[in-house]
Design a protein around this ligand. Structure first.
Ligand code: AMP
Ligand code: GLY
Length: 424
């Protein structure tokens, strides 16, 4: 088969790495890809949000199956556009992608279908939003309605911080149109975990779990990021919790989306807070997590490609996947400045030596080739994944590889996995 992966991050590198190993894959393209992805796929310089360009590329290259990595093209309807051109794709329609694309839609949907989540209110008026914050008090959570690259959420520990977040979004235009409407919700206490479920519109197949590290700094300090590291599996997410989440959150969501005329296909990323009252939904994403995907795919023993095709075909009821019992841990290396303005163009050396560390896979998130040199080309730049019989071994492998990377312009957290192995 001729396959196209859309996107350019470490998640897409991990997807290309797994798909290129499938006996079903005869030719693999990635649009636009990056310097690391170029080792396993033919990269074509078409941006993920250039929907016309992606459809033209898929048509020209006679693509049999497209796999969409990021949320923005999904929300913009890339799967619908490809379907109209006769090309099958992995991922939800635009209507189903609203589970991630609009926090307001998600919260109202949860209310309609009794999915357990934080209490909330929606606002388009700044003064009403501020009055609500003052009435509820802190801690409280302020979210932009629309997509904001994982940065539109403020978990405010004081009323002043929450009011500032409201003003930045609604008056300061910090998130553009995404910030014109806000969801303000109850603070949930507990341990976070990410759970992935392949869906085909009707059937749901668990696809691993992981724990992400959202804050930029050691000790979970500093601003939120897209994710600075992850490990899989997350011991907090045991079999009993998985069953509860499937019964109380995933199945009602699939049934609700189907009943509302927008059956969900693709991967449902269930962001959970596991606290005293059991697991509650923090958010859905409609694509694989990044960096969670980089920890999950290396643990999958089965061929990934047929499972993704079964999701698109509505045939997941016949599927059973095999997983390794190993633990994987991903340490993200980011360019100085991230999650603000990252410095671009600094040279990264030592990648070959790092890749030789036993049990290590290196996924590029934002790199560019310049002759023989590899340059940083974004915020999160590399995902270094270590694998081992337990979390400690996985962490040792990942940081042994990090130590081989010579990149003065980059940084990483030194405490990924602290929940399972302590802070060193
Ligand atoms: P989201 O984009 O909705 O996943 O939010 C980003 C991060 O903010 C989450 O991963 C949580 O760490 C945190 N967060 C979001 N909503 C809540 C909530 N209601 N209570 C506590 N933390 C939250
Ligand atoms: N790591 C969180 C996300 O992909 O949104």
């Amino acid at each position: 088969m001729r396959i196209l992966v859309v996107g350019s991050g470490a998640r897409e590198h991990a997807l290309c790495w797994a798909i290129s190993a499938s006996p079903l894959c005869a030719k693999l393209f990635c649009a636009p890809g990056n310097a690391g992805i170029a080792a396993v796929a033919e990269c074509v310089p078409v941006a993920a949000m250039d929907l016309d360009g992606i459809v033209a590329l898929a048509t020209r290259e006679k693509i049999d199956f497209a796999v969409i990595g990021p949320e923005d093209p999904l929300a913009a309807g890339i799967v619908d556009r490809l379907a109209a051109a006769g090309i099958k794709a992995f991922g939800p329609s635009a209507a189903a992608a609203r589970l991630e694309g609009s926090k307001g839609f998600l919260k109202d949907f949860c209310a309609r279908h009794s999915v357990p989540t934080a209490a909330y209110a929606r606002f388009t008026d700044r003064d009403k939003a501020v009055a609500h914050v003052r009435a509820k008090g802190a801690p409280i959570v302020v979210k932009t309605d629309g997509l904001a690259a994982g940065k539109g959420v403020t978990v405010a520990s004081s009323v002043e911080e929450a009011v500032k977040a409201v003003d930045e979004a609604m008056l300061g235009g910090k998130f553009g149109r995404s910030g014109a409407e806000l969801v303000i919700e109850e603070f949930l206490d507990g341990v976070e975990a990410s759970f992935f479920v392949l869906c085909d519109g009707k059937n749901a197949l668990p696809f691993g779990n992981a724990q992400d590290h959202k804050r930029v700094g050691d000790g979970d300090t500093g601003p939120n990021t897209g994710g600075m590291g992850a490990y899989s599996p997350a011991p907090v997410f045991d079999a009993a919790i998985e069953k509860q989440v499937m019964d109380e959150i995933v199945r009602p969501t699939l049934a609700g989306m189907a009943a509302e005329g927008a059956p969900f296909k693709g991967v449902l990323f269930v962001g959970l807070m596991i606290g005293a009252k059991g697991p509650r939904l923090v958010e859905f994403n409609v694509r694989f997590g990044d960096p969670e995907c980089q920890t999950i795919l290396p643990r999958l023993k089965s061929d990934l490609l047929p499972a993704l095709i079964a999701s698109a075909d509505g045939a997941l009821d016949r599927f059973d996947l095999r997983w390794s019992a190993d633990t994987t841990m991903c340490v993200v290396m980011a360019a100085e400045g991230y999650p603000g303005e990252p410095k671009k163009g600094t040279e990264i050396r030592g990648l070959d030596a790092a890749a030789k560390v036993p049990g290590v896979a290196i996924f590029h998130a934002a790199t560019k080739a310049d002759g023989g040199r590899i340059l940083a080309n974004g915020g999160r730049v590399l995902g270094i994944v270590g694998r081992g019989a337990d979390a400690r071994a996985a962490r040792e492998a990942a940081y042994a590889a990090v130590a081989k990377i010579d990149w003065p312009g980059g940084f990483c957290r030194s405490d990924i996995g602290w929940q399972v192995v302590g802070r060193k």
